[in-house]
Design a protein around this ligand. Sequence first.
Ligand code: NAD
Ligand code: GLY
Length: 361
Amino acid sequence: MLTLNVALSERSYPIYIGKGLIDGDLLRRHVRARQVLVVTNTTIAPLYLDRVIAALSGLQVDTLQLPDGEKFKTLSVLEQVFDKLLEARHARTTTLIALGGGVVGDMVGFAAACYQRGVDFIQVPTTLLAQVDSSVGGKTAVNHPRGKNMIGAFHQPKAVIIDTDVLSTLPAREFSAGLAEVIKYGLIRDREFYRWITVNIDALLARDPALLSEAILRSCQNKADIVAEDETEQGSRALLNLGHTFGHAIETATGYTSWLHGEAVAAGMVMAAQLSVELGWLAQDEVDGLAGILARAKLPVRPPQGMSARQCRELMALDKKVHDGSLRLVLLRAIGDGVVTADYDEAVLMRMLERDCVAGD
Ligand code: NAD
Ligand code: GLY
């Protein structure tokens, strides 16, 4: 088992990475009192819930299965968590356990931030995206009809328990979407990791256990460093949004149905890299290399056909990173050196979008 630490003084916590970790005594060790509520969804419950319950024997273990899907990441569905906690008389010393991907993790984290003004929770992420990104860092939220993740809180977990075995049941498309976030860390701050990914991408896609553990470890280390530096996104944490402004435009244009988040981020990272070429920071062969790696990971590298440059630009303007009317983008000064900047020429951005959107998939 590998262990990392997210260094946030009194809110510090461990990240454990290893095989079969949902079965051992790790979970139990991080439960503060005698009550736990394990929240999962209807897809993951038949696969892993019994094993988690068994690992918590001797405690008051209540369980809740939410419906599966981003469309259920709402305040009204979240009420089921509060109903369950109150019905089973959970005290302020209770611990919530999030067993699932980013949707379950974000919802349970937010419920833990709110219940009796804040209780403990543990992340047990089951998708690659959740293992390398969403389970670490304490961003919790639900969606509002007018915007994704618009209602939430920063609330750090007490531990993140990453059992790499559970990835064996993850559908291939979801796995690839998680790889987009792995590649992101290399691009924004870890050139050597990026080089390592380019060498190992085929074996990673084949879920080679040793390489996968290494990729999760290095991703979590990068995320833990960023979170320790900037817990509430006043500065450098925004680098984690590489490709996301373009990606959100793609997700919105396609109605949040046909593209997975990681797929939109992949195409968005190529667009951010292409703009970085236009600014004279990256070489064209570096962008082509990036597109090649993403394509090998079975990810899209171009925006969807039918999204015009103008539509893309308008949707980008709705991004959370708009400050005082100017749109800040995460761009690349070099591979491994991301920057958040509004210092680019709008005409250059539009030229790039016109070329890319015409050539879209
Ligand atoms: P998800 O939670 O919807 O999971 C994807 C699908 O895989 C679901 O159908 C789920 O039931 C299924 N699944 C999960 N684990 C499985 C397993 N081991 N075997 C078989 N099926 C499994 O999607 P996601 O990509 O994990 O997370 C996306 C969410 O994460 C979004 O809501 C996004 O906003 C959020 N997010 C949050 C952060 C953060 O910092 N908090 C960062 C990135 C993304
Ligand atoms: N995934 C974005 C963040 O944690 O800040």
